[in-house]
Design a protein. Structure first.
Length: 494
């Protein structure tokens, strides 16, 4: 099956054919670094991280570019309020962003350019637009003339005449048409500035992405992405200025992720309804947040709630519980020695499970090839886990054939999981982190829990079953679930 992508530009799914066979260039719009990242930022980051991972999994060589907007009105306002330079603000929040992304398991993009590193390229592009009669200067400002670019509105599907009829020129703006947008802004007191042919000033917002994408990927490249809020005006304006300057098609496939919503409204700082990534990660394992995002198709809206995160935690726990069962079987049965089974000599039960496990990567790819349908891909993973769990119930006895098949099951689950950035931990480490977070959330003292578990083990050793049962009851009342095995007792929080 060919990889098919929904292209915002054409409003339909298309077979993905890169410009150069085996090579893919992706540009995704990054954050404006004036504050701490929230869960809405996490969604876009996770979605495009998985897209890049999957393309590499499919064998493509991927160059993934994601920028930082490090000079902007909000950055300047915050810097002036705090009495520091704008670089102090941008550097602080770039560092915070990188820390958040690292903790989420986001693989670093190939390149993470900053707008201020490409001012010269922006000036060069603006000059080209002026020469092409697509831009004009007014008192040190430079504006793009929307009416002179044929095809404006093709990405968003908007009619230019209708847009003009409903638009207004804000007080202080000197543009000729209300839809024209700033390429360069003349310097104002208290703002950073750079020298240019039009005097001291700084770039407008949209120009930076045209310049950085062309610098790293070429004037025409494969995939451009971002949140759906960027379709208009940001991405529409990128197309206009890029194609207006080069005369060539800009990005060939446009991918946009849906919003995270709270009470039916987009999560955003301006509405004050956001939850920061770092606060979420105090309460939930990073892979729980990844699962929460990936359980829905990237283009669909996603409703945020505490209940939905609890459900995501339970789902991730189920996946890790299966890996833990497999690990425990191997730990309990080391006496079986090295696995030397030949596949053609497997008993029927093991052969049947192996055949089902071996089809998982194909079924996983079938889901992902349909416009990166992570929800379907996860469904196939859970079906494989269900089959493994069914195999492990009802008189299961460890054997060399069993260990061979279970080892293959773990390897395959981890292989496809790594494309989504899940099942990356050792099960013991995962559950340890989960216990610590849940205990803190519920005000439970870990040392007290483990002291009771030790006391129970001692009571069991002394055959004091009454006291052992009393302790189990005390722990159950606190939401503590005990698991006894030959290797000892472990615990989780329900």
């Amino acid at each position: 099956m060919a990889l098919r992508l929904y292209n915002t530009l054409t409003r339909q799914k298309e077979d993905f054919v890169p410009l150069k066979e085996g090579v893919v260039g992706i540009y995704a719009c990054g954050v404006t670094v004036y504050d701490t990242c929230h869960v809405g930022h996490a969604r876009s980051a996770i979605n495009f991280d998985v897209i890049a991972r999957y393309l590499r999994y499919r064998g493509y060589k991927v160059t993934y570019v994601k920028n930082f907007t490090d000079v902007d009105d909000k950055i300047i306002t915050k810097a002036n309020t705090l009495g520091v330079g704008f670089h102090d603000i941008s550097e602080r929040y770039i560092a915070e962003h990188n820390d958040d992304m690292d903790r989420l398991g986001i693989e670093r993009p190939t390149v993470t350019p900053r707008a201020t590193e490409h001012i010269g390229g922006m000036i060069e592009l603006i000059n080209k637009l002026i020469r092409n009669d697509l831009a004009y200067t007014v008192d040190g400002d430079v504006y793009f003339s929307v009416e002179r670019f044929k095809g404006y509105g093709k990405l968003s599907g908007r009619n230019i005449d209708e847009m003009i009829a409903g638009a207004r020129i804000a007080v202080g703006e000197k543009k000729k048409n209300p839809l024209d947008f700033a390429l360069w802004k003349a310097s104002k007191e208290g703002e950073p500035w750079w020298e240019s042919p039009w005097g001291k000033g700084r770039p407008g917002w949209h120009i930076e992405c045209s310049v950085m994408s062309a610098y790293f990927l070429g004037e025409t490249f494969d995939i451009h992405g971002g949140g759906e809020d960027l379709v208009f005006p940001h991405h529409e304006n990128e197309i206009a200025q890029s194609e207006g300057a080069s005369g060539k098609p800009f990005a060939r496939y446009w991918l946009h992720n849906g919003f995270i919503k709270v009470d039916h409204e987009k999560m955003s700082k301006s509405l004050g309804n956001f939850v920061t990534i770092r606060n979420i990660l105090k309460l939930y394992h990073p892979e729980v947040l990844r699962f929460f995002v990936l359980q829905s198709h990237y283009r669909s809206p996603l409703d945020y709630s505490e209940e939905s995160l609890k459900e995501a935690r339970l789902a991730m726990n189920r996946l890790y519980e299966t890996l833990e069962k497999i690990r425990n079987i191997f730990a309990d049965d080391q006496a079986l020695g090295a696995v030397t089974v030949k596949e053609d000599q497997l008993p029927e039960k093991e052969k049947a499970l192996l055949e089902k496990i071996r089809t998982l990567p194909e079924r996983f790819r079938e889901g992902m090839d349909d416009d990166f349908n992570t929800a379907r891909a996860l469904g196939h993973m859970f079906e494989a886990v269900r089959q493994v769990n069914a195999y492990l119930t009802g008189g299961f006895k460890p054997s060399q054939p069993a260990l061979f098949v279970l080892n293959e099951a773990e390897r395959t689950l981890r292989e496809v999981g790594s494309v989504l950035g899940v099942l990356m931990e050792d099960p013991g480490v995962y559950f340890e982190k989960d216990r610590m977070r849940e205990a803190e959330k519920r005000g439970l003292q870990v040392d007290e829990i483990e002291a009771l578990i030790d006391e129970r083990l001692k009571a069991r050793a002394e055959k004091n079953w009454k006291r052992a049962d009393e302790i189990r009851g005390e722990l159950t009342a606190k939401g503590i679930v005990l698991k006894d095995s030959k290797n000892g007792t472990t615990w989780t929080i329900e």
